[in-house]
Design a protein around this ligand. Structure first.
Ligand code: ADE
Length: 222
């Protein structure tokens, strides 16, 4: 998979993508990630990327030209262009699975108070990571990249994501490690029984119980 990220702040990604599983996936050539500061595509003599809104109002609005030109230089017929915006569809694990099947993703990170409405016309998908406002799309795109890259074949143990929370619309079951008793809290005895069928049943029941308690909406969304 190839991922291109259009951002005014490529430095924001340095720490996040140079560690752990994403770094391993890049080193193993499971994914290539490229950053593009669309300011470099501005044809304005001062490399301006924004301007005041027509009709008045507060703040500055990202203009079309730098983003259109940057996308044009990257897109192929296989590209999926994704705009990060609080008014997009709310991101869920199902979308991560769908996007993990694509070969080329282009993320556009909005910033400042908004972006010219016409930028939506070059996007295939608009995604929000939740009902709150971030200062820009950078952190949202990191969330998407992290959740997609871990699903690429060979990046993590396939069995781990079969067990993920949200698979089958259920949260994950509780897990424990040594010691068996810690500050008076005991590991459930079924996990020490060695009976794999019983353990599986227990875990499934725990997933259902936890989902009913914490996220009943997942059960009705099925
Ligand atoms: N940009 C600002 N807020 C956002 C959000 N919640 N999701 C995606 N992009 C955003």
């Amino acid at each position: 998979m190839r991922i291109d990220i259009l951002t005014l702040f490529p430095e924001m990604f340095e720490g996040v993508f140079s560690k752990s599983i994403i770094k391993r996936a890049v080193d193993a050539k499971k994914v290539e990630i490229h950053f593009h500061n669309f300011r470099n595509y501005s044809t304005d003599s001062h490399h301006k990327v924004d301007d005041t809104p027509y009709g008045g109002g507060p703040g500055m609005v990202l203009a079309c030209q730098p983003i259109f030109d940057c996308v044009r230089s990257l897109r192929t017929e296989n590209s999926k262009i994704i705009l990060l915006t609080p008014d997009g569809v709310v991101y869920r694990q199902k979308i991560a699975y769908d996007l993990a099947k694509e070969s080329h993703l282009i993320f556009i990170c909005g910033h400042y108070e908004g972006f010219d409405e016409r930028i939506r016309s070059i996007c295939d998908l608009e995604i929000s990571i939740g009902d709150y406002i971030l200062t820009g799309g950078e952190i949202a795109s990191m969330v998407l990249v992290d959740s997609i890259v871990r699903l690429l074949p060979g990046v993590i143990d396939e069995e781990s994501h079969l067990q993920d929370s949200f698979n089958q619309s259920l949260l994950d079951y509780p897990v424990y490690t040594t010691p068996r008793i810690y500050e008076g809290m005991e590991v459930p005895s079924v996990l020490l029984s060695g009976d794999h069928q019983k353990i599986e049943e227990y875990r499934y029941q725990e997933r259902v119980k936890r989902t009913q308690d914490r996220r009943p909406d997942l059960l009705s969304n099925k």
